[in-house]
Design a protein around this ligand. Structure first.
Ligand code: ASP
Length: 314
């Protein structure tokens, strides 16, 4: 890993306790036998609430000073939901999870009418989603201060959050939540809410979540190639990932090399649970902070939560 700058180190120190708490919430849900969807939501909510992560309340404002959030959730039986450009909510993952069971559309742009629905919703719904009155209320004081400093250049892309789990029934689930890159153009969509890019789950292949420079991940089709290669290996040998993390790690490193070749100067990270295997991660950014827990015995499945400092170039 490259030598970390003081700024990166201090951010990491702030984030780690919340990362551990997010992992523990997910683990609690799994050990109570709850489905992976609930474990992922529980973990993402902890990080969306914390201003140190670029998601929910800590999301970075766009070029107009408005926090526009993207979120994607996917279950291993191909249930998917993503919402882009969501505004004035602290917990996009909860909105997405509730939408997953109600709507037929799998990708949704957060429209004026959807916002109105929430503004007139029952108080308990508003509380569950963390609806705030004004755009400014979603810009956390910590974020304001951070972005006002000289080091603002260092935070073009820091701290998208993700969580992947395998629950007690063996089902995989993945979620990614982000404010996107700092000062993004109005309406810009990154990789996080894109199926098979920033988020993906298939019980027969893997569950994954990525962080980093979205344009690079999408242009190089990073996750698409990872998924295809994993499926190919699994078809040849269903135990390929059950024997240890080496095969998965090698595959991810190879794909990061490809991304570097196709989109030089950019960085990012991935957390992944391969079919039959243990949680694994890889990154080519300055840092990736990861927390995970797993049990190979009957009962709880595996929980893994990660955030990353992509230090991406725009
Ligand atoms: N991947 C996110 C995006 O491009 C940003 C990040 O992960 O930091 O929107």
């Amino acid at each position: 890993m490259a030598e970390q700058g003081a700024f990166t180190r201090s951010m990491r120190k702030k984030k780690l306790p919340y990362l551990a708490e997010a992992r523990d919430r997910a683990w609690d849900a799994l050990t109570k036998g709850q489905p992976g969807a609930m474990a992922v939501e529980a973990a993402l909510r902890v990080m969306e609430e914390c201003p140190y992560f670029n998601a929910g309340y800590g999301g970075y404002p766009n070029v107009n000073g408005i926090v526009l959030l993207d979120v994607g959730l996917m279950s291993g039986n191909r249930g998917f939901v993503s919402i882009v450009n969501m505004r004035r909510v602290k917990y996009p993952s909860s909105v997405a999870l509730d939408m997953m069971s109600r709507r037929r559309a799998i990708m949704t742009v957060w429209t004026h009418e959807l916002m109105q629905e929430l503004d007139t919703a029952a108080p308990e719904i508003k509380e569950r989603y963390g609806v705030v009155e004004k755009h400014e209320d979603l810009v956390a004081p910590f974020v304001k201060e951070l972005l006002g400093k000289a080091q603002a250049a260092e935070v073009s892309s820091l701290g998208t959050v993700g969580c992947v789990v395998r629950d007690a029934s063996g089902r995989l689930f993945a979620g990614t939540s982000t404010g996107g890159v700092n000062l993004k153009s109005n309406g810009r969509i990154g990789d996080s809410p894109i199926i098979g890019s920033g988020v993906f789950a298939d019980d027969e292949v893997c569950a994954l979540s990525t962080t980093g420079h979205g344009e690079s991940f999408m242009r190089s089709l990073f996750s698409g190639f990872v998924i295809a290669e994993m499926r190919r290996l699994l078809r040849n040998d269903p135990q390929v990932f059950a024997r240890g993390p080496e095969n998965c790690r090698a595959l991810l490193e190879n794909e990061f090399d490809e991304m570097k070749r196709k989109a030089p100067g950019t960085g990012g990270g991935i957390i992944i649970i391969p079919a039959g295997g243990e949680p694994t991660f890889s990154f080519n950014s300055e840092m990736l902070s990861v927390a995970f827990r797993s049990s190979r015995t009957a009962g709880p499945g595996e929980a893994m939560i990660a955030l990353a400092d992509g230090r991406a170039l725009r």
